[in-house]
Design a protein around this ligand. Sequence first.
Ligand code: THU
Length: 160
Amino acid sequence: MNEITIGTTLQVYDSIEELSTDIKDLMNKAIEARENAYAPYSKFNVGAALQLDNNEVIIGSNQENASYPSGLCAERTAIYYSGAKYPKAKILKMAISASSQNQVTDKPIPPCGSCRQAIAEYEIKQKQPIEIYFMGAKGKVVKSESLANLLPLLFDNSVL
Ligand code: THU
C-alpha cells in the first residue's frame, strides 16, 4: 500500500481592495450580477463574471425553481452561456461573489462540486487554466490559479 497526499496552494487577499484593477472590476461585475439572482427559496444570492480572451465579460447568477433540483448555480449559468455565445473564446478568469439574504456572508464561498466539474470541462477543452477568484459579500478573496487546483482527482474525458 502506498499513500498519496494531495495539496493545493491558494492565494488569500484581505479584501477586494488588494486586487489588481482588472480583477477588482471583474469581481464588481460578479457582485452586480448577484443582484439578478433568483433565489426565493435559499435566499442565497450568487453572482459570477467571466473574463474571455475576446474582451467580452459574461455574467451569471443562480436561478432557482420550485422544483429545487431544476435550479442552476451562478457559475454554471455563466459558463454555459459563455460556451453557447462564444464557443471559440477562451475563459481567462472567473470571479464569484455570494451573499445570504439572512446573514452577513463575510467568508469566501467556493464553487460547489458540480460547478467545479462543469468548469473543469471548459478548462480541459481550452487547454488553458482558468483563474478562479471567490469571496462572500465582503472580506477576504481567495484566488486559485486554475480550476484543477480546486478539484483534485477530477473526472475527465480521457477515460471515455
Ligand atoms: N449556489 C451557486 O450559485 N453556486 C454555488 O457554487 C453554490 C450554490 C446557489 C444554488 C442555490 O440557488 C443557492 O446557491 C443555495 O444553494
